[in-house]
Ligand binder design. Structure first.
Ligand code: NAG
Ligand code: NAG
Ligand code: NAG
Length: 310
């Protein structure tokens, strides 16, 4: 099962060939706080970081590493352009998937990988004078699953999230409380629930929390055979449910956006929030590797040319 991720995701790396030399390099941080699972923290701090830098947490796929996602995704180059910081967590497990199955991973301050990643954010905010109102999380595949889990377990930390080909938070749950478990039922698109149930699963990961939650964007390919396309609808149901929207009736549907063959569904559009609160981007005839769209991510996060205070 995991081997298929190896083959599909090496394609991600080949997307990025020649790119300009970066102004800085990837650095490991070892003293970022409590870290019972041994998750590693790497950070990219561009030479020209802005005074109060936004932070993007960019989470790798199974078989990936912080280093691989650093080289294979557009965020470091975008950090050079716009002065934000990128945190690249690296999985401690053999096979380097993320733990999105154990009780501790699926609980706010539960001591799992999600807790370690949250501690990296807190550390970076203080160490680099980061902007706590502009912290974002994104990832591919297992990293996208973790993006869903981070949004559910630490809603107070993030302003927005983008998940490339993941599953809803809690979908990889292990009934035997196994750490880093694979869940075939979910992967194969057989974990189907109501929007209300998915929302309550996400909400139960930080029970009692009533504050703001990150705007959530979901990308998924229609011919994904690793994490079946049913996971697109289920993830959309989860986040529309959390925000109280009807998953079946998006406020806006943009055909062939952001590119030909993709359809973008948008919920929660307001005058102040023209991009909406939940976006689903379904990529027809795309498999497990939906290429990261750096331009779209900057727009969704409100960074660079799209910054409200630029
Ligand atoms: C897989 O996840 C589903 C929820 O998506 C859960 O109901 C099921 O018990 C999990 N399977 C195992 C073997 O833990
Ligand atoms: C997702 O939901 C839409 C609307 O309910 C439905 O038309 C579509 O077939 C579903 N897609 C998948 C992959 O289940
Ligand atoms: C990214 O989105 C832009 C629109 O913002 C589109 O023009 C471009 O083709 C997309 N690129 C990729 C690699 O998906």
């Amino acid at each position: 099962m995991r081997l298929s991720i190896v083959t599909t995701l090496t394609a991600l790396l080949s997307c990025v060939t020649a790119r300009p030399t970066l102004t800085s390099s990837l650095q490991q941080v070892t003293n970022f706080g409590s870290n019972p699972t041994g998750t590693q923290m790497y950070v990219y701090v561009p030479t020209n970081r802005v005074a109060k830098p936004p932070i993007i947490v960019a989470i790798h796929y199974c078989t990936g590493t912080a280093q691989a996602y650093f080289s294979g995704s557009p965020y470091a180059q975008l950090a050079d352009q716009y002065g934000f910081i990128v945190i690249y967590p690296s999985s401690p497990y053999s096979g380097t998937c993320w733990d999105v199955s154990s009780k501790s991973a699926l609980t706010h301050n539960g001591g799992g990988d999600s807790n370690a990643i949250a501690n990296m954010v807190t550390y970076a905010l203080s160490q680099y004078n980061g902007d706590a109102t502009k912290v974002f999380v994104t990832g591919s595949s297992s990293g996208a699953m973790m993006t869903n889990v981070m949004a559910a377990t630490y809603p107070e930390l993030f302003a927005a999230a983008t998940a490339y080909s993941g599953v809803p938070a809690g979908c990889f749950y292990s009934s035997s409380n196994q750490v880093d478990a694979w869940n075939s039922t979910c992967a194969q698109g057989d974990s189907i629930a109501t929007s209300q149930l998915w929302a309550s699963i996400a909400e139960s990961m930080y029970s009692g929390y009533t504050g703001a939650r990150p705007r959530f964007q979901v990308y998924h390919g229609s011919i994904d055979t690793t994490l079946y396309p049913e996971n697109y609808n289920e993830t959309v149901k989860q986040w529309t449910g959390v925000f109280g929207y009807n998953s079946q009736s998006p406020q806006k549907v943009e055909a062939n956006f952001p590119q030909s063959g993709y359809t973008t569904d948008i919920w929660g559009v307001t005058t102040q929030n023209p991009l909406g609160t939940v976006q689903g981007v379904y990529a027809i005839n795309v498999g497990h590797t939906v290429p990261i769209n750096g331009t779209q991510d900057m727009m969704w996060f409100g960074l660079g040319p799209y910054a409200s205070d630029a």
